[in-house]
Design a protein around this ligand. Structure first.
Ligand code: 5RP
Length: 229
């Protein structure tokens, strides 16, 4: 039986093989955020000369990539990316994802949108029948927090302003915005919910990746890594 960390390491390795196989040398790779993405960054580090550069989805990933000596490029300097690799907090049977546990949802969505192929890497515990057990992150402009909270409560969720773990300090995103975590939703129509939440004034972005799903899922399970397209 593998531990969750072992499963994450296995999918990170599988994603390394996936990008080396499908990306021609000299391409620019999109890189996600989180503990699984970190393992992926470490896995590709010995192969950094394969890539002309990388576009990162967070300050945290940028720092890790730079430590490994990657050429980290501004997303404005690229028109498209052949591949983007990132984790997820939940995935439903249709491949809709819920992301943003690490607070990088907006940049992740921007980089994912640039990519031709989105490779999602996660351990099997992230697969759920209906999303919503993991609180849905919604990034907000700070002055709209109370207003957006009221709107999200109308959807039936319990809304909490994200704080830095173990402190009473508000968590501030890389975009200088805040995050509302919405618990208690049963997300049966993620495509519609993603759009509806984005219509609330003051919302920067929400953690549903339903309109732009992953093209390839690499899922770590008891028997090894399962590849699903
Ligand atoms: C960060 C994310 C991550 O992809 C998601 O939280 C999964 O993280 P981990 O690989 O640590 O389980 O969306 O904003």
């Amino acid at each position: 039986m593998y531990t969750q960390d072992q499963l994450k390491a296995m999918v990170a390795e599988a994603a390394k093989d996936e990008v080396l196989k499908h990306m021609a040398p000299g391409g620019i790779l999109g890189v996600g955020t989180g503990s699984t993405a970190n393992l992926f960054i470490d896995a590709i580090a010995p192969h950094k000369s394969h890539f002309a550069g990388v576009v990162s989805s967070s300050q945290a990933s940028t720092e890790r990539l730079k430590k490994h000596g990657f050429n980290v490029l501004d997303s404005n300097s690229v028109e498209s990316l052949p591949m983007y690799v990132d984790g997820a907090d939940e995935i439903d049977p249709q491949g809709h994802m819920l992301k943003g546990g690490g607070g990088a949802l907006t940049r992740e969505k921007i980089v994912a949108h640039l990519a031709k192929t989105f490779v999602c890497i996660c351990d099997g515990s992230k697969q759920v029948a209906v999303m919503g057990q993991f609180p849905l992150p919604v990034e907000v402009i700070p002055m709209a927090t109370a207003q957006v909270t009221r709107e999200l409560e109308k959807l039936g969720g319990t809304v909490t302003l994200r704080k830095i773990k173990g402190t009473d300090q508000v968590f501030v995103t890389d975009n200088q915005a805040w995050i509302l975590d919405v618990a208690g939703l049963k997300i049966t129509n993620p495509v519609e919910l993603e759009s509806n939440i984005n219509q609330i004034p003051g919302v920067v972005c929400n953690g549903l990746f339903a309109r732009r799903k992953a093209n390839v899922l690499l899922i770590g399970e008891a028997n090894g890594v399962r590849r699903q397209t």
